[in-house]
Design a protein around this ligand. Structure first.
Ligand SMILES: Cc1cc2nc3c(=O)[nH]c(=O)nc-3n(C[C@H](O)[C@H](O)[C@H](O)COP(=O)(O)OP(=O)(O)OC[C@H]3O[C@@H](n4cnc5c(N)ncnc54)[C@H](O)[C@@H]3O)c2cc1C
Length: 421
């Protein structure tokens, strides 16, 4: 009997011991889980703090090294990317440091193009990440409009591709633009480029893989086929080296020798229909740039898919020297909406209606000279003093608008105005 009691006591003590041991183990496991959690949190916190510190340091550097007006740059290198498309590597002629820029911003150029009556002003996006000792742009030659071979191809893009040479010195304005990666957001992103519209999102991609490789990034690039596949090898290398970057190359018209899964991932145009198949949800920040039909469709379809407007960021390359089509005037509406525009220097007072387009369109149609560049509110060339009245902008332009002035290429009169042109 005593033996049995002893066995029971020993068994109970053993069980109790096991129970205490398991409690201890559990608590140790929990402690190690918690310390791992704290470690992860502190790493994340440190990475965020370092990121913010870097952004702040760059802000200071930007203020110290930026320049007003034009600065001379040397074409250090010219690289052929695909047919009729070159990357230009620019180094400051004065040898001073380059200010950092936001990934997605652009430079404004003043080119002295042979045989042109005046300097040609155009904007080109920076196509590499900030923080290098050069700036890089990538320019595609713009052909004549379809069915009009008699018209000359684009002035500036032809000049850059066919005339500009290594060693040439050109005039450049400081980086600018409101279309850039919101670095402080840290949210997963979808970057989308169509054709040469890849340039600003490529700058964002290069920045992400260098500074935030943990950030979930979906990259979509659309081209007809390999002939338009800008930076093919570079994109493939990024995809191979960065597990958080999901590369999606879309060919709308692949040739017979181009292999699905090797040269490209989808035989399709970039579209929200494709995103619905590929993305795990719509919960991303979207950045896109490309030809107008792609941009318009993405903008409308992302909104219809429930993506908040605040998460949709886009930039069009603007019509440069081509005028935007004017909206047809409703019968009778034109006369009603007419407002008087006085061009003070030219001594002309004329009736403007919405059908006349922007102030720049209206000025040109009436023989009033206003210098212009991008015709997209980006380069600031058409800045004109407003002496009386107010100006309307459909969307806030990129170029800064000095107090008392307007950007004639994107502005329209709110009521009667008098401007210094
Ligand atoms: C913010 C921003 C960033 C940009 N980034 C880039 C970039 O990274 N890479 C890039 O390649 N581009 C970029 N662009 C576009 C670039 O600025 C130019 O608009 C583009 O190169 C065309 O300029 P161009 O002088 O060559 O053409 P333009 O001379 O302006 O001609 C444009 C088109 O009009 C046609 N045309 C000319 N005259 C007539 C006429 N009388 N009637 C009908 N058609 C006519 C031409 O044949 C051509 O098809 C960007 C634009 C902006 C606003």
């Amino acid at each position: 009997m005593d033996n049995l009691a002893n066995y029971v006591a020993i068994g109970a003590a053993g069980l109790l011991g096991l129970y205490i041991l398991s409690l201890l183990m559990g608590s140790l496991r929990q402690q190690s889980r918690m310390s791992r959690h704290y470690e992860e949190q502190s790493l994340l916190f440190r990475a965020r703090a370092e990121g913010l510190q870097r952004i702040r340091a760059e802000e200071i550097e930007k203020t110290q090294n930026t320049w007003a007006g034009l600065r001379k740059f040397k074409v250090a290198r010219k690289v052929n990317e695909i047919a009729d498309c070159h990357s230009i590597y620019l180094e400051p002629h004065d040898g001073r440091p380059l200010p950092p820029f936001e990934p997605g911003q652009f430079l404004t150029f003043k080119f002295a193009v042979p045989d042109q009556p005046s300097d040609v002003i155009r904007c080109y996006s920076l196509s590499d990440a900030p923080g290098r000792d050069y700036y890089r742009i990538t320019v595609k030659k713009v052909p004549p409009p379809r069915g009009k071979p008699g018209i000359a191809p684009g002035v500036s893009s032809t000049f850059v591709n066919e005339v500009l040479n290594e060693g040439d010195i050109i005039d450049v304005r400081a980086p600018n633009g409101g279309f850039y990666l919101k670095r402080e957001h840290k949210r997963p992103v979808v970057l989308i480029g169509g054709g040469v519209g890849i340039t600003p999102v490529l700058s964002m991609l290069n920045y992400i893989v260098e500074h935030e490789p943990q950030r979930e990034t979906w990259f979509f690039f659309g081209a007809p086929n390999k002939a338009g596949h800008i930076m093919k090898d570079h994109l493939a290398q990024i995809a191979a080296e960065n597990p958080n970057v999901r590369m999606n190359i879309c060919y709308s018209d692949p040739t017979d020798d181009e292999v699905l899964g090797v040269d490209y991932h989808h035989k399709a145009r970039v579209s929200v229909e494709l995103f619905k198949e590929v993305l795990p949800s719509n919960n991303f920040e979207y950045y896109f740039c490309g030809p107008p039909p792609m941009m318009n469709a993405l903008d409308a379809d992302l909104k219809a898919w429930g993506v908040p407007e605040a998460d949709i960021h886009s930039e069009g390359f603007g019509p440069a020297s081509v005028k935007k089509p004017k909206p047809p005037a409703a019968e009778g509406a034109a006369a009603e909406a007419a407002v008087s525009v006085t061009f003070a220097k030219s001594g002309k007072t004329l009736d403007w209606t919405p059908a006349a387009g922007t102030i720049l369109d209206f000025a040109e149609a009436n023989g009033v000279d206003i210098a212009s560049g991008c015709r997209a509110g980006s380069c600031g060339t058409c800045l004109t003093a407003v002496m009386e009245g107010e100006i309307n902008y459909e969307t806030p332009p990129d170029a800064p608008i000095e107090k008392g002035s307007c950007l004639a290429c994107v502005g329209t009169p709110k009521g009667p105005i008098k401007i210094n042109a």
